[in-house]
Design a protein around this ligand. Sequence first.
Ligand code: CTP
Ligand code: CA
Length: 234
Amino acid sequence: AEPQALPRDLEGRRVVISAGGTREPLDPVRYLGNRSSGRQGYALARVAAHRGADVTLVAAHTADLVDPAGVRVIKVGTADELRTVMLAEADGADVVVMAAAVADFRPVTLAEHKIKKTDRDPEPLALTRNPDVLAELVDARAAGKLDTSLIVGFAAETGDATTSVLDHGRAKLARKGCDLLVVNAVGDGRAFEVEENAGWLLGGDGTEQPIPYGAKSRLASTLWDAVNRQLRRQ
Ligand code: CTP
Ligand code: CA
């Protein structure tokens, strides 16, 4: 349960949050998916609703999560469905948060019937790129086609031999052009790279705030605090 004394500082704000992992079908019974649980997006929705926001949660596949009370939930399957719903819902919203794990690729063809095995190896699976929903939201706003004050992205990064988690995050923020990027350090490199920090909150205005390792509801509160600061400045 959330603490009782959360401030109602998102009262009157409309927020749209995507969560979970998209699934890209191969045939009527099979798909390409990912391990996203949806927990971070659901925590964001729950905390925002507690803080008084009008919340729409666009939910791809999740780990059997309970819909947060007082939140409008729209279920989607594929990245393309998520894109359509997000572009429609984001217009007129104060804040859009892309917490969903959107599949980067999908199978080129969707078989109408279940694919049957034969006595030969199958053809390699042909994939094509999915739309980048976050980038499209940023572009649509820049083109004056979308009215949204703040666009927030998420990134899960591991460092590598040449580039730290923070530098990967900085590069992704520059590439995506969103207003805030939550960078989560994941994988084995974490202990070496970030010590007590599990990530950073990077602002398009150059601000960089470390996020301590902790519960997803805590990260949600940190993000909504930062969102409120930026909304008040506008
Ligand atoms: N995202 C999106 N549409 C996609 C892929 C990602 O909207 N097709 C969004 C995610 O919801 C997230 C942000 O973009 O908010 C960053 O996603 P991530 O997978 O980290 O970035 P990519 O640009 O896909 O780069 P890569 O996977 O190569 O690191
Ligand atoms: Ca990706």
